[in-house]
Design a protein around this ligand. Structure first.
Ligand code: C5P
Length: 286
């Protein structure tokens, strides 16, 4: 079975509190985008799980989120005899806040549920996904969603408004626990983004162009203090006419949301001229 595994952008990311379980509560719009890895999955009957990836920085074996997802899936039905070969051709940069590994794990859960003929329902897959990683449940459905809690409270949203994204990859990866540890929680109360999302959640609809006006990522001050080159990239994106220039997840991938594709293309060219890896991307609707 061959499938695509898309990346996500966090169109805003606020941390709203620290939880008793050591994780943090977040509020974010997760947007699936058309930057995608290719996955090939085949079932095997000898109980072996083999996960390989084209990018050497992806861990293989037990450290891989796809391996963890497959292992938990077969455990949950008491079928250790089930095995699989999974080969991932990576296009999504690893450790960049784009949810590449989480997406691979979410897609693998759905695909193996079918390949192995298990027939688990959506609630069972949701619980398995959350046990693999905070961002995995979103990828069971994708599209556009307001995400809260640790990542498991997902409200699917109908999105309109044509936005073109410019992605810029600064080349460093930010360890998620480090970024959470550096947050100054006192700096993150209410504000326009949270008010906007509350109305989006109650209406079930968002205009992506309007959303661009209020995007805010609590991790951006922390990560750009550590990596000052991010500020230069954000300035190029802003000067190119973006409605917003921000960061996805805990970084370090930066993005701009553009209304005009011509402006977005020029901005990609400018970033590439300055030696940065950059590309265009569009939202994926489900
Ligand atoms: O769930 P995931 O494996 O992505 O989380 C990695 C780390 O990021 C956690 O161990 C925790 O330190 C931090 N985290 C958090 N709150 C979240 C998500 C992640 O504190 N909502």
């Amino acid at each position: 079975m061959n499938i695509q595994s898309c990346a996500k952008l966090n169109l805003g990311l606020k941390v709203t509190g620290k939880r008793d379980d050591g994780f943090h509560d977040i509020l974010s719009v997760f947007q699936e985008i058309d930057l995608a890895d290719e996955m090939h999955l085949a079932s095997r009957a000898d109980g072996k799980l083999r996960v390989t990836a084209s990018d050497a920085s992806v861990p293989d074996g037990r450290e891989n989120l796809v391996y963890a997802a497959a292992d938990r899936l077969r455990e949950s039905v008491g079928r250790r005899d089930l095995g699989a070969d999974v080969a991932i051709r990576k296009a999504i940069p690893v450790g960049g806040g784009l949810g590449g590994g989480s997406g691979n794990a979410g897609r693998a859960l759905t695909a193996l549920n079918a390949l192995w003929g298990l027939g688990l329902d959506a609630a069972a897959l949701d619980a398995l996904a959350a046990s693999v990683g905070s961002d995995v449940p979103f990828f069971l459905r994708g599209g556009t969603a307001v995400v809260a809690g640790r990542g498991e409270t997902i409200t699917p949203i109908a999105a309109d408004g044509e936005v073109v994204f410019v992605l810029a990859f600064p080349g460093m990866s930010v360890p998620t626990p480090w970024a959470f540890g550096k947050l100054n929680m006192e700096l993150t109360p209410g504000g326009p983004y949270i008010r906007f999302l509350n109305s989006v959640r109650s209406s079930g609809q968002v205009n992506l162009l309007d959303l661009m006006q209020v995007v805010e990522n609590d991790f951006l001050p922390v990560v750009s203090a550590r990596f000052p080159s991010l500020k230069r990239i954000l300035a190029v994106i802003r000067d190119g006419g973006a409605l917003c220039a921000s960061m996805t997840g805990t970084g370090a991938t930066l993005f701009g949301g553009f209304e005009r594709e011509a402006d977005a293309r020029l901005t990609v060219d400018r970033l590439q001229d300055q030696g940065y890896r950059a590309c265009l991307s569009r939202p994926v609707a489900r």
